[in-house]
Design a protein around this ligand. Structure first.
Ligand SMILES: [Cu+2]
Length: 367
């Protein structure tokens, strides 16, 4: 009746709600019946004068005590579930939920894995820390199947938690109107058996360690350069503004990435990594720094594949600037970053260097 409930807490919330509805229905029936009885019994053709009643102690006690008990009952169920909702068990698994216009991403901090959908093992409590960049707008993380909804407030950390007990796929919505693509800010919670979760996690971790394929690097302008990952990531994170094929035309005047003249930061591979890591200040191009280095490299490749053609080479300075600003690109400092690189850093740096335009030599002047 209330839609799938995939956790005990969700079922508790439902029973509180049903209980409150039941009380309301009972009261409604009681009041309306009395009303009908009184209308008939005390109609004017039968009764013209009523008795003077100065008070009735017993009756007054009853209609004070009974409603108090009922209302306190409602309060008790609500309070019990509210407390539970605000108290993630100490042994919860941590996942960070990032809200951005207009998608969700889920980071497993102790594994340095980021995923566009939330995968959780059945029967294990998961604490969700919800964040949104300081210059974002307010979003709201809403998963009906778990009866949880929590705002993602720019510059603030909020939280909620869930303990899924029914395997399946459940929708995640944004419940705060947040602009053009709000209605498409949808993701999934996938509840799987613990062994399947471990397998999924291992796959993610293995994927993160994969070096960038040398073959790809050699053929830097190949249409396939973006690869499966690059394409999928682009569709998830960039399509809303830049269009599926990067031709622009979306909201906020996002650039046609297939045309090289006039870029604000620049079209070198290192420029694109910089743009992906810190955004373009003053525009709606957001930072994607919480994405693993590997994903940022895959996205950079996808961008490069959109506009085949000569590109200036990254210079050693550019790479040093990138590494100075984002330690995850610096082999020597990578242990200091909370956002530990998910791809061996040497491989990431090497990829940038190796991906120089074959045949375009020399200094690589800025476009
Ligand atoms: Cu939103």
């Amino acid at each position: 009746m209330l839609g799938t409930a995939a956790s005990q807490l969700a079922r508790n919330v439902d029973s509180s709600l049903l209980w409150i509805v039941a009380v309301c229905v009972a009261l409604f029936v009681f009041v309306v019946s009395l009303m009908i009885v009184f209308v008939i019994r005390f109609r004017r053709s039968r009764v013209t004068r009523t008795r003077h009643i100065p008070g009735h102690l017993a009756l007054e006690v009853v209609w004070t005590v009974v409603p108090v008990v009922i209302v306190m009952g409602m309060f008790w169920f609500g309070y019990r579930d509210f407390l539970a909702l605000r108290t993630p068990p100490a042994d919860s698994m941590d996942v960070s939920v990032h809200a951005q216009r207009w998608y969700w991403s889920f980071e497993y901090p102790d594994r340095h894995v980021t995923s566009p959908e939330l995968v959780v093992p059945r029967g294990r409590p998961v604490r969700l820390t919800i964040t949104s960049a300081p210059d974002e707008v307010i979003h709201s993380f809403y998963v009906p199947a778990f009866r949880i909804k929590e705002d993602a407030v720019p510059g603030m950390e909020t939280f909620t938690w869930l303990n899924a007990d029914t395997p399946g796929e459940y929708s995640v919505f944004c419940a705060e109107f947040c602009g053009d693509e709000h209605s498409r800010m949808i993701s999934k919670v996938r509840v799987v058996e613990p062994e399947a979760f471990e397998r999924w996690m291992e796959e993610q971790v293995r994927g993160l360690g994969e070096p960038v394929a040398a073959a790809e690097a050699a053929d830097a302008d190949d249409e396939e350069l973006g690869g499966q990952d690059g394409r999928a990531l682009f569709a998830t994170y960039c399509k809303a503004c830049h269009g599926a094929e990067g031709r622009g035309g979306g909201p906020y005047g996002a650039r046609n990435l297939a045309s090289l003249p006039g870029w604000k930061r620049g079209t070198k591979r290192s420029d694109i990594l910089m743009t992906l890591s810190e955004g373009l200040p003053g525009t709606m191009m957001r930072p994607f720094r919480y994405l693993p280095v590997r994903d940022r490299v895959a996205l950079m490749r996808r961008v490069v594949s959109l506009a085949p053609g000569p590109r200036p080479e990254p210079e050693p300075d550019d790479l040093a600037r990138l590494a100075a600003r984002f330690p995850e690109f610096d082999p020597a400092r990578r242990d200091q970053v909370r956002l530990t690189p998910q791809m061996p850093i040497e491989a990431a740096m090497e990829a940038v260097v190796r991906e120089r335009q074959p045949g375009v030599g020399g200094s690589g002047a800025a476009p």
